[in-house]
Ligand binder design. Sequence first.
Ligand code: NAD
Ligand SMILES: O=C(O)C(=O)C[C@@H](O)[C@H](O)[C@H](O)COP(=O)(O)O
Ligand code: ZN
Length: 357
Amino acid sequence: METLKVDLGERSYPIFIGEGLLGNSELLVPYIAGQQVMIVTNETVAPLYLEQLKTGLEGFQVDEVILPDGEEFKNASSLDLIYTELLKKRHNRKTTLIALGGGVVGDMCGYAAASYQRGVDFIQVPTTLLSQVDSSVGGKTGINHPLGKNMVGAFHQPNVVIADTSTLRTLPERELSAGIAEVIKYGLIRDPEFLSWIESNIENLLKCDSEALTKAIFESCRNKAEIVAEDELESGCRALLNLGHTFGHAIEAHQGYGKWLHGEAVGTGMVMAAHMSRELGWLSSDEYTQVCSLVEKAKLPARSPDNMTPDDFVEYMSLDKKNLDHRIRLVLLKKLGEAVITSDYPQDVFMNTLSSC
Ligand SMILES: NC(=O)c1ccc[n+]([C@@H]2O[C@H](COP(=O)([O-])OP(=O)(O)OC[C@H]3O[C@@H](n4cnc5c(N)ncnc54)[C@H](O)[C@@H]3O)[C@@H](O)[C@H]2O)c1
Ligand SMILES: O=C(O)C(=O)C[C@@H](O)[C@H](O)[C@H](O)COP(=O)(O)O
Ligand SMILES: [Zn+2]
């Protein structure tokens, strides 16, 4: 088992990464303060892993809420199902919520924990590659709004993250690729050495090679933990984790949540960011092609949806949370392995990218 730490002073927490961690009470119990636990999961993950998780929770009052599966259910109605179950089972302020599932479950469970009785503890048990490399770490929680992704939420850090890599064996191939998008992101924004490793190991990742996956999860979480420790509330460098997301979130919302997976939209978004970086003279044509080729090798879409116009993009992007003074702020690439956030670019370059990609 590998261990990392998210260093946030008194609110620091560990990330455990390894095979067969689910149901290991030694990793769970020290992070549960009271006697009550509410497991939040969904109808796909529950039959696979709920019983295994429960074996690590003997002696606690363990309740569960099983949500419908899908990005289209990352909304206030699902949140309400969690609150209702917590109230029905008389959960008090000492309760601990446990998110068992992918990023959708994790984001909603985290937000329920941030808001239930003004804030209770929670634990992340991520079961998708995307959630193990990204969403379970860092405390961004929330739900979608029809007009924009993750528009309602809170920063609320978990007590511990337990990433059991054996759960990835049941993950559909399309979801594995979606997770690889966020792995590529870390290489592109701040870790050229990791980027080269990803390029050499993309086939191993796609065939679910356990050593390659563990390395990808460890390096991704290490990068994310460093950024979160430096800028927990996104007043500076944390925004770089949004590479590809300003374009990608527009795609997800415009297409209807769930049609494009988050990681797929981020894959295309990173190509769009790389295209614009080339147009600004920051990336060479070869480097732009390198980004496109990696995204394609990861079996991710590299072109935006045919039914989406530049104006559609602008409409959704103008609501992005990073924007300041009505200017769309974008994460772009100064070079491969170094990103910047900027709203200082010529409008025609931006519009050209929206119409060319
Ligand atoms: N909070 C953050 O920092 C952060 C970071 C990145 C993404 N996100 C959010 O995460 C969400 C995407 O997460 P995701 O990609 O995990 O999607 P997801 O949660 O929808 O999970 C993908 C699919 O895999 C299924 N599944 C989960 N674990 C499985 C397993 N082990 N075996 C088989 N099937 C399994 C799920 O039921 C679902 O159908 C988006 O809403 C995105 O906005 C949040
Ligand atoms: O943790 C972060 O910070 C990220 O931006 C990680 C992203 O991969 C993730 O998709 C996040 O949910 C996006 O956040 P948002 O604030 O742009 O909604
Ligand atoms: Zn993301």
